[in-house]
Design a protein around this ligand. Structure first.
Ligand SMILES: Nc1ncnc2c1ncn2[C@@H]1O[C@H](COP(=O)(O)OP(=O)(O)OP(=O)(O)O)[C@@H](O)[C@H]1O
Ligand SMILES: [Mg+2]
Length: 217
């Protein structure tokens, strides 16, 4: 489902590459966690996998699409059809309430289902927040909305950047279980970046990003 080979990413101002000849394979239904020091390039790697950043070399093939060959328009369509992305900074749409944020991609994609969405929001502890403007939510609530939005359109690849970073321990447990269960049940590939060893341990394969490459734990 995800095949990355010899991936390279240089930022113009830095002397060494932030991602250096990195390879990664994730099959359908497989979960992978990535830990690593702050600033080592974890979010950069996810941005490359999502096609938001251009690589400096190497190849990324996701669900049969070679990302380096996609136009901007094709990349947007690829993301809508295949990816559920949970951003470190949430990236919610401030002008919409909880319900419309979560429904957004599913409506665009044409697989919106109100009852499925209701169940997802209930399971994430957001049952009584449907109508709340997202700007009125706590950080942890916004994070759960971001997770709901990423899963609600049934993506076959989920990229999650610190999905429990703003949650208390108990909520983190519930939410990470939901995330891993989703991928197992849907046969989706999951890449989760986390500073939490508890979350990392839930993954079938655990990696650490160091000096631009992944080492299996
Ligand atoms: N657009 C950019 N231009 C130049 N440098 C960048 C850019 N984006 C990120 N960087 C740099 O690349 C490095 C890696 O950043 P990244 O956000 O990938 O780290 P991270 O591993 O996700 O860290 P954290 O755990 O703190 O979220 C940082 O030094 C950052 O300043
Ligand atoms: Mg990051």
């Amino acid at each position: 489902m995800i095949a990355v080979s010899d991936l390279l990413k240089h930022y113009p101002d830095s002397s060494s590459p932030i991602i250096d000849q990195l390879s990664l394979n994730v099959i359908a239904g497989q979960s992978v966690s990535i830990q690593g020091a702050s600033g080592c390039g974890k979010s950069t790697l996810l941005a490359l996998l999502a096609g938001f950043e251009q690589s400096s070399g190497g190849t990324i093939v996701i669900a049969g699409h070679a990302l380096e060959r996609l136009s901007q328009e094709a990349a947007d369509s690829f993301r809508m059809h295949h990816l559920g992305v949970i951003f470190q900074q949430f990236n919610l749409l401030d002008c919409f309430n909880v319900w419309d944020n979560v429904a957004f991609t599913a409506r665009l994609k044409g697989n919106y289902n109100a009852s499925r969405q209701q169940t997802l929001l209930n399971n994430l502890g957001l049952a009584d927040r449907h109508k709340a403007p997202v700007s009125m939510l706590s950080g942890g609530e916004q994070q759960r909305v971001a997770i709901a939005r990423a899963l609600n359109h049934l993506p076959d690849v989920v990229l999650a950047d610190e999905p429990t970073g703003n949650l208390d321990e108990q909520t983190s447990d519930i939410v990470s279980q939901l995330l891993f269960n989703y991928c197992q049940e849907q046969g989706a590939a999951l890449v989760v970046v986390t500073h939490s060893s508890d979350v990392a341990r839930r993954a079938q394969t655990q990696y650490r990003l160091h000096q631009g490459r992944l080492a299996q734990e």
